[in-house]
Design a protein around this ligand. Sequence first.
Ligand code: HEC
Ligand code: HEC
Length: 406
Amino acid sequence: MMTVTRARLLARALAGCAAIIALAACTDNGTNGSGLSPALIAKGKDIFRFETFGNETFWTDTLRMHEVIEHAVDPTTALAVGLKVDTDSLPPEVVAAIQSGAISLTDPATTVALLKLNAVVGVKGTVQNVNGRDTLVRVGITCALCHSTVDNSFAHGIGKRLDGWPNRDLNVGAIIALSPVPPSGAKAVYNSWGPGKYDPRFNFDGKNGPQVIPPAYGLLGIHRITATGDGNDVAYWNRYVGVTQMHGHGSFDEPRTGVHVSNPPDVISPLLPALQEYQLSLSAPAPPTGSFDDAAATRGHEVFAGAGQCSTCHTGLLLTDANTHLHSPDEVVSEPEPNGAPSYASRSATKMYRTAPLAGLWQHAPYFHNGTAATLEAVVDTYDAKKGLHLTAQQKADLVEYLKSL
Ligand code: HEC
Ligand code: HEC
């Protein structure tokens, strides 16, 4: 049986040469070992971080978020709703002024200044001089809003970008509810979601069952995308979100759910290949040194493959059988949904769940599509109870260490 470390290294090598361990599979012929194109990856990175697909027509013209930000969102408020600031976009004198307190973090004008510097992760602003004053005239959002965070190296919420890491502090619902436009019933739903969650189907079916924002890393080789495996590739879902949730320009048609949206002109289609390539290049982050007990993790791997029966579904190096089948809700331990919400699967195209890939678990609590397990201990307890596994306390603890090592 493979030791934990070897399994992890192999999985990582599969995820490409961005991994710390460059195996012989890495070549310098213009592609990396995974066959991904560096040129497309670079283009996709820009799209992931900065492209709005023209969704300013929604966030500015419809929701009037530029006025909300300009009048009411000082940096302290922005950080409180989980927005992140990218220090690499800040000139040294701005960093120094924030440090010395010379720049006010309780003045919305500072938020506008940060937007002008393109430093608010996932928020793209156009700032123009109007009557001698910097004014936010357009604002839109990018993929990085939900699927990037920062390393907090400067202060909480301020640091270097970590693309693909879900922003579990981001309160998307609270942000949308700042707009004067949505009716109060919808606002109540938005305000019920809380940090790190978003319901990407509410605007179609009116049901309230927010999903945990998942990582956009570790997806290379997985051909069923989203918790319900709705798409066969990342681009399927990128088009869905880009058009139907971010309200960018393009079209999306899904006969299985009856979602048909057309928002011309088509800005998104030509950008999807590069956007997908970038996401596929993002490998799951390795667990921090010393964050798990190696010997216990090796024992936990035995539990995973044996008494825990985990490897019946979490198969192969990617630890998922997603590419061959999906699972019906009654096989899956994360239902019923919290707060009486309807089954998320029932709202999807497949009506099933995908076995989640497990790389980078340490980074992205809470777990399951609906976040019902706050910790890996809770995940293991849930399986133990619902699948009647009768694991000993030692087996459970070892299994948790294994999950922390992935
Ligand atoms: C408002 C927050 C938000 C924005 C903006 C957003 N997403 Fe997501 N994303 C989510 C949520 C929530 C899910 C989970 C959906 C599900 O599983 O049904 C998701 C799912 C995904 C997945 C599937 C991951 C997996 O494990 O299969 C990928 C990939 C992804 N998003 C990439 C993107 C890209 C690229 C963009 C920009 C075009 C984007 N997202 C914009 C919230 C967001
Ligand atoms: C019947 C197939 C099946 C078995 C057996 C199974 N899983 Fe899962 N696992 C899934 C599915 C499906 C999901 C996604 C559930 C969801 O999104 O709510 C999942 C999700 C998870 C997650 C959450 C991942 C995330 O990103 O939130 C963890 C952790 C996990 N499983 C660990 C285990 C462990 C440990 C065992 C053994 C004790 C196990 N699984 C057994 C199918 C299975």
